[in-house]
Write a protein that binds this ligand. Structure first.
Ligand code: HEM
Length: 396
């Protein structure tokens, strides 16, 4: 018997900003895989169970190619032709095209390289906490801290002058916030493309000590470099920002936070990643008929993967809806799995470990400045979940 969901849910339960929509949790309880009706009439699938999500991500018969993603789980785009991903935008490609772009980047994002950045992350974090303290005792944690810290780091790594952030940061936000209209979205994308074209030309003319400059010494074209830079900026800015902001919100409700962050910061960060899963859903398309969880997924069918629900699967995690900062179980899917597994995960881990620890050491009395229900959450239409702002205050 197939379990069916008539639509992808768009609301979280009031008072439960950190939990997946209840329809998804209920769907998983019924079956790790359900039929899903898309707004354009397509009958696709929704995978919510940990083991099945992981197996789809490891299976090359499920594609990430953009041109195959004709159906959106929340929006009816009608019968449109979707073009392939532009050169360099490898998140939406399969191997071998995907590997052409990912391979030259892998060595630049290793655990060792990212750990070497720790001191710089500490400096940047301290500078922003100083500024917050001076301007306080209230702040919007998003603009004062969660946005600038990852932005400075990804800019320095890529070789994007931080002073130029006005030319891309707000535009990248527009891609990700789930509230931007079509026309504005195209304008934002074009503006970022123009900026990146200038940047790539500048790096070719005057290479500096950064990832983008290093990549100019290869057979990658300017167009390809632009696409790669776009993916790194888009993936590196919004995800970490939302983990820091939503993570702070979740930590503020957890009285043992400072002790847990002091004792085992790595574990606390992994648990926040699992519990919050801000990159909540991704999609694949079956390239051929595939047997999955007792069903046949027909070639060309869309498969929505709920990473968040998989990370709350009681068959994989004990007491999955509890934020247990000392949790011993690893293996969450918050960074995905398989060939597209997050390239920036070691950078994100260093940033979160340093930033959360320093924030709560510096402001031990930090608390929300508004009732929790008034914190403005991103809509489910946003690719990355989080808060729009997080008003906080502390005792001076
Ligand atoms: C806590 C923060 C982050 C989270 C939760 C996150 C999550 C993810 C997830 C789930 C994927 C896999 C997408 C899929 O399955 O199709 C992914 C891919 C990716 N992420 Fe992250 N990410 C984070 C931070 C970063 C940072 C800081 C960077 C920048 C360096 C980055 C760069 C990328 C890239 C380039 C990909 C595409 C990899 C590929 O297609 O091979 N991410 N990320």
């Amino acid at each position: 018997m197939e379990h069916t969901l008539a639509a992808m849910p768009t609301e979280r339960r009031p008072g439960c900003p950190f939990d997946p929509p209840k329809e998804l949790v209920e769907a998983r309880a019924q079956s790790p895989i359900s039929r899903l009706a898309f707004p354009d009439g397509h009958q696709g699938w929704l995978v919510t169970g940990y083991d099945l999500v992981r197996s789809v991500l490891a299976d090359p018969r499920f594609s990430s190619r953009k041109e195959l993603m004709k159906h959106h789980p929340l929006v009816d785009f009608g019968d449109i032709e979707v073009p392939p991903a532009p050169p360099g935008e490898f998140l939406l490609m399969d191997d071998p095209q995907h590997a052409r772009y990912r391979k030259p980047l892998v060595g630049r994002f290793t655990v060792r390289r990212m750990r070497l950045l720790t001191e710089r992350v500490e400096q940047v974090t301290a500078e922003h906490l100083d500024a917050m303290a001076q301007a306080g005792p209230t702040a919007d944690l998003v603009t004062a801290f969660a946005k600038p810290v990852p932005a400075v780091m990804i800019c320095e790594l890529l070789g994007v002058p931080y002073e130029d952030r006005g030319r891309f940061q707000e535009n990248v936000d527009k891609f990700m916030n789930g509230e931007t209209g079509e026309e504005e979205l195209i304008a934002a994308y074009t503006a970022v493309q123009e900026y990146l074209a200038e940047l790539v030309a500048a790096k070719r003319a005057n290479p500096t000590d950064d990832v983008l400059s290093e990549l100019t010494d290869s057979d990658l074209t300017d167009e390809e470099l632009r696409g790669m830079a776009l993916i790194l900026l888009a993936a590196g800015l919004d995800t970490t920002t939302n983990m820091l902001a939503l993570g702070t919100f979740a930590l503020l409700r957890n009285p043992g936070r400072l002790a847990a962050l002091r004792a085992e910061p790595e574990r606390a960060v992994e648990e926040l990643l699992r519990y919050l899963s801000v990159a909540k859903t991704f999609q694949r398309t079956a390239l051929e008929d595939v047997e999955l969880g007792g069903h046949t997924i027909k070639a060309g069918t869309a498969v929505v993967l709920s990473y968040h629900t998989a990370n709350r699967d009681p068959e994989r995690f004990t007491d999955p809806h509890t934020l247990d900062l000392g949790r011993q179980e690893g293996g969450h899917l918050a960074f995905g799995h398989g060939i597209h597994q997050c390239l920036g995960q070691q950078l994100a881990r260093v940033e979160m470990r340093v930033a959360f620890t320093a924030l709560f050491e510096r402001f031990p009395t930090l608390r929300l400045a508004v009732p929790a229900e008034q914190v403005a959450l991103r809509p489910e239409t946003a690719d990355i979940y989080g808060v729009k702002s997080l008003p906080v205050t502390w005792l001076d």
